[in-house]
Write a protein that binds this ligand. Structure first.
Ligand SMILES: [Fe+2]
Length: 229
């Protein structure tokens, strides 16, 4: 199994998080993958006149043995206790493109995350519900992009991977991790395509600092979040 070498890294997930880098074999695959973030839809659940988030979402049921993927739609729900800003309501987002769900690098990330949590005995069985979030946070001139407008939080889904897709003309966007007593554990900036943070939600709180543009004009941070329900 090609995942084995990475998974044996000392300290993997002992504090509830793990950082690694996942690269495509071909550089052209990076550009093809990044292009999927260029036509997301405005997240209209963001309040205020500056809508700093764009996204697409898919809820899937996946058999990781046969690699069969059933698309169950694009309605997302978080319990209110986990998201005071948006929780307790069904949010309907634009659906992820069907082509994206066949993209080789997407399938690589998806299977990496699955095998990672399986090797850590956090996922058992082969069939799982999986949430796919394509998210772009934008900033322009002095308008900051709030990456986590809900503040320091838990997602309310047991395990997830955050994969950096792109950072363009921004500063900030630093991920801070806290233990369950909200003591600071670590600060990590996902900088390059394929930078990956795997999180066991029960053990941590997390937050990401806002992004600002380095020079005037548009700046953005693109991520793929793969969560296991
Ligand atoms: Fe989160």
């Amino acid at each position: 199994m090609e995942y084995a070498a990475k998974l044996k890294t000392p300290g993997g997930l002992q504090h509830g998080y793990f950082f690694t880098k996942i690269k495509p074999k071909l550089p052209t695959a990076q550009e093809a993958h990044q292009a999927y973030w260029n036509h997301l839809s405005i997240d209209n659940y963001i309040e205020g006149d500056y809508k700093f988030r764009q996204r697409k979402y898919a809820r899937l049921e996946i058999n990781f043995e046969s690699q069969e993927i059933a698309n169950l739609g694009s309605t997302y729900f978080q319990e209110e206790e986990f998201n005071e800003l948006f929780g307790g309501q069904h949010r309907v987002f634009s659906p992820v493109d069907s082509d994206f769900l066949k993209d080789p690098f997407f399938l690589k990330l998806l299977n990496f995350d699955y095998h990672f949590f399986k090797e850590h005995k956090l996922l058992t069985g082969v069939k799982h519900y999986v949430g796919i979030h394509q998210i772009r946070t934008t900033t322009i001139s002095k308008r900051l992009g709030e990456v986590t407008p809900e503040g320091i939080h838990k997602d309310g889904h047991p395990f997830f991977g955050i994969h950096l897709i792109n950072r363009v003309n921004i500063n900030g966007g630093v991920t801070t991790l806290y233990d369950n007593n909200r003591n600071l554990l670590d600060q990590i900036t996902l900088n390059s395509f394929g930078d990956t943070l795997l999180v066991e939600d029960d053990k941590l709180f997390h937050g990401v600092s806002p992004i600002g543009s380095i020079s005037d004009g548009l700046g953005f941070r693109d991520v793929l979040i793969i969560e296991f329900y």
